[in-house]
Design a protein around this ligand. Structure first.
Ligand SMILES: *Cc1c(COP(=O)(O)O)cnc(C)c1O
Length: 463
């Protein structure tokens, strides 16, 4: 008989040198804080939060190496050495020869949307991202979702739910004509689908299609390293390749990328626009001066550029990305064991609770995910966020709510910030809310801002 394989635990590839105390309020205090915040977790004061799983954006812990780099910030207005260090790394790690820094991801989205989109154009993408789509729409494009159907079904266990459906893409191109497609906007892992990756094979097919029809192919590479990790894990032929090599192979298919450095790069602020197209670069270099600052600092301090350059070197280390995704998996598997409905497979950066299944008695127009995020906060001080009807916003043509199939609460893990015990506490809290789910009532929206309403919208409990 074969010997049972011994399972060895693994741990984070770092030890803790600096700590930041956190405190827990009482339930009564949290109930008050939630009410004052209009039951919107974005409007809570972070001091009132115990374990903050709102986002992994800019909430990362930097390494001692990154902090040391901050001291080497060259705060020259023009041409700082940190800019050149970062540029070298953009060349080496993303394989893109041209680049401008930006203060964060959406600034790069703003510029690339303005550069590549003419009013009346179409932008197909593998599901939308909030800020990405808004900038595309504000530049005059219509966004068209061409992700595979499985992405819209939380329980569909597909290894690459972020894939583009080539039939959907071909149909759009046939309908509107290739010259009306500003670019294909590919992201991975797809945040709104639950952190789901695309495969290299799918990317190769999309690239081939784009070449054939002379359509530009761009990537939101904010989480590209997580995507590379999933390719290594799940796609045949990649298990022995390094994360850095897989990332470069992915990048070989794109004309350019935009990146929020606040994610993969493990910094607190920063963004990147990088490309192989000299003409696009030329325009970006002109535009960055208007919106961000000189093209050698892009709205950032020299020290920020250095932290980005060093974070980029760390992000492709196998142990780092393995611990990052491994922590998310630990969290997700604990919830699955308790029978709590989450998006499957567990994604790269967050666990997504399926609020439609969690609170089936609350109709979507009464904001089940918004409600669930508020209830979890009140129960334990764990802060997540809504990713459902509120985030989807209104249709610009009809003015009605968009009703996305996915109505989710996202609980996102900042990189290198929390330990397994924090995750255990979050799981216990979610389990407790699960036990009393039948008594939870929905909400109404009492204030709605014009743009990206999930950030500042306010709600009240229905009686
Ligand atoms: C965070 C994020 C953005 C926007 O970047 P910011 O730095 O927040 O402006 C764009 N795309 C994806 C996939 C993201 O996760």
């Amino acid at each position: 008989m074969a010997k049972a394989k011994k399972v060895r635990s693994w741990a984070e590839p770092f030890k803790i040198k600096v700590v930041e105390p956190i405190k827990m309020l009482t339930v009564k205090e949290r109930e008050k804080a939630a009410k004052e915040a209009g039951y919107n977790t974005f409007l809570l004061r972070s001091e009132d939060v115990y374990i903050d799983l709102l986002t992994d954006s800019g909430t990362n812990a930097m390494s001692d190496n990154q902090w040391a780099g901050m001291m080497l910030g060259d705060e020259a207005y023009a041409g700082s050495r940190n800019f050149y260090h970062l540029w070298d790394n953009v060349n080496k790690i993303y394989g893109m020869p041209y680049f401008v820094p930006t203060h964060q991801g959406r600034a790069a989205e703003h510029m690339i949307s303005k550069i590549l989109i003419k009013p009346g154009d179409y932008v197909p993408g593998n599901m939308y991202f909030t800020t990405t789509r808004l900038h595309q729409e504000m530049a005059g494009a219509t966004f068209v979702d061409v992700i595979i159907d499985e992405a819209h079904t939380p329980e569909a266990d597909h290894p690459f739910k972020g894939n583009i459906d080539l039939k959907k893409l071909a149909k759009l191109v046939k309908e509107v004509g290739a010259e009306k497609i500003a670019y294909i906007s590919m992201a991975g892992p797809v945040n709104m689908a639950g952190g789901q990756p695309f495969s290299m094979k799918n990317l190769e097919k999309v690239h081939e299609f784009a070449q054939k029809h002379k359509i530009r192919l761009w990537m939101d590479a904010t989480r590209a390293v997580e995507n590379a990790y999933f390719i290594k894990l799940r796609e045949r032929g990649y298990s022995k390749k390094s994360i850095g090599d897989i990332l470069l192979q992915m990048m070989s298919h794109f004309e350019g990328i935009w990146v929020s450095a606040k994610k993969d790069l493990m910094v607190n602020i920063g963004g990147i626009l990088a490309t192989k197209d000299e003409r696009v670069f030329e325009e970006a270099r002109n535009m960055v001066v208007v919106y961000e600052g000189l093209h050698t600092y892009g709205g950032l301090a020299g020290r920020d550029l250095e932290a980005m350059a060093r974070g980029m070197e760390e992000m492709i280390q196998f142990d780092t990305i393995k611990a990052r995704v491994g922590q998310v998996e630990y969290f997700g598997n604990k919830l699955i064991d308790l029978g709590i409905p989450i998006v499957r497979p567990v994604g790269g950066h967050a666990v997504f609770l399926d609020a439609k299944k969690f609170l089936p008695h609350i109709p979507q127009d009464e904001f089940p995910a918004q409600t669930l995020a508020a209830e979890i906060y009140i129960d334990s001080g764990v802060r997540g966020m809504e990713r459902g009807i509120v985030s989807a916003g209104r249709d610009p043509k009809t003015g009605d709510h968009r009703h996305p199939k996915l109505e989710l609460v996202r609980l996102t893990l900042p990189r290198r910030v929390y330990t397994q015990s924090h995750i255990d506490v979050a799981v216990e809290s979610i389990a407790e809310v699960w036990d009393k789910r039948k008594s939870i009532k929905g909400m109404k929206m009492i204030y709605e801002p014009k743009y990206l309403r999930f950030f500042q919208g306010r709600f009240a409990r229905l009686k």
